[in-house]
Design a protein around this ligand. Structure first.
Ligand code: NAD
Length: 304
């Protein structure tokens, strides 16, 4: 059982979605929470949830583009909650636009919040951790988009690839202080930010089916991994990127009508009505047929 009792965690973007899920998960493992969000009322709502569940929490409005505000946030953690052991740089936004169409303003906003905001958050909280000299845990929220090229989301992808790399660099820089730094790459998580991607009604069902594990991710899924990375059990883990996507990345794309997606769905349905042995026999037969077809194709195309 992971135990974060006595630890103080700062979570940015804690008023919604993944940040809220992480704050609640860390609190249920025993950590005291400083919930930060650009919308102060949302941060306060998350802090209230923690308190109503019996935990300790405070809230602060902060824009992660504001260096002075983040330095103040780190100071608040120490003054109001008595320390700063864990920081989760989670706040993020999504601005669409291709290379041909994206405005400079949208580009700047995307990079400022998702990339510079993570830098400023980790710098402010990291300096406080070094001052306190008790080590620490830094968790940066990247994305599956850090590794998948998504047309129309270039700035978002670049920001997340940047976060993923910065976590590795900072793991090297902060290791001498006993501070670990890791990133998490969520897949499709059921939050307001991803609502457009997920769709509604049939589209939502199709999106769920495209995920090998058969469902969207939930903020708790990311919260559970953040708890582990923040725990003593993960003291030797640093510089890692943790993809949490239900298997989506290796399924080979988002298209729900792809053969891979249909295969996944067919197997999932078969599992409801067949024994394990029957499922094994079925997939063995399908595999043999697929290999025969592939061999015929190879011969027809003159391939080795
Ligand atoms: N939902 C997904 O599928 C998904 C997938 C991969 C990565 N992510 C990443 O996870 C993080 C959280 O996303 P989410 O899906 O929970 O989104 P969300 O929109 O539900 O929550 C984001 C929160 O961040 C806050 N925020 C926005 N700009 C801010 C700023 N400048 N300063 C402080 N707070 C700010 C918002 O007010 C909001 O409460 C983001 O970094 C996002 O890129 C999300």
């Amino acid at each position: 059982m992971l135990d974060l009792t006595g630890k103080v965690a700062v979570v940015t973007g804690a008023g919604s979605g993944i940040g809220r899920g992480i704050a609640l998960a860390l609190a249920s493992a025993g950590a005291d929470i400083l919930a930060a969000d650009i919308v102060g009322a949302r941060a306060e709502a998350t802090a209230r949830e923690v308190r109503e569940a019996g935990g300790a929490a405070a809230a602060q409005a902060v824009d992660v583009r504001d260096r002075a505000g983040l330095i103040d946030l780190a100071a608040t953690a120490v003054e109001q909650l008595g320390g700063l052991d864990i920081v989760v740089a989670n706040a993020g936004i999504g601005r669409g636009g291709t290379v041909l169409t994206m405005s400079e303003e949208d580009w700047n906003t995307q990079i400022d919040v998702n990339l510079k905001g993570v830098f400023l958050t980790v710098q402010a909280c990291g300096r406080e951790m070094v001052r306190r000299n008790r080590g620490g845990r830094v968790i940066a929220i990247a994305s599956l988009a850090a590794e998948r090229a998504s047309p129309g989301l270039g700035a978002y992808c670049a920001s997340k690839a940047g976060v993923r790399m910065l976590a590795r660099v900072w793991a090297q820089e902060l290791a001498p202080y006993g501070i670990t730094v890791n990133s998490i790459g969520p897949g499709i998580i059921d939050t307001p930010l991803a609502a457009g991607l997920i769709g509604e009604g049939d589209d939502r069902v199709q999106t769920e089916r495209a995920v090998p594990l058969g469902r969207l991710g939930y903020p708790e899924d990311i919260g559970n991994v953040a708890c582990w990375l923040a725990s003593d059990e993960a003291e030797y883990v640093t510089g890692t990127y943790n993809l949490i996507d239900g298997g989506l990345a290796d399924r080979g794309g988002f298209g729900t009508n792809s053969p891979q997606a249909q295969q996944v769905q067919m197997i999932r349905e078969a599992r409801q009505r067949m024994s394990g042995d029957q499922v094994l026999a079925m997939i063995d037969q399908q595999s043999a047929e697929a290999m025969k077809f592939a061999n015929e194709q190879r011969v027809a195309r003159g391939l080795q």
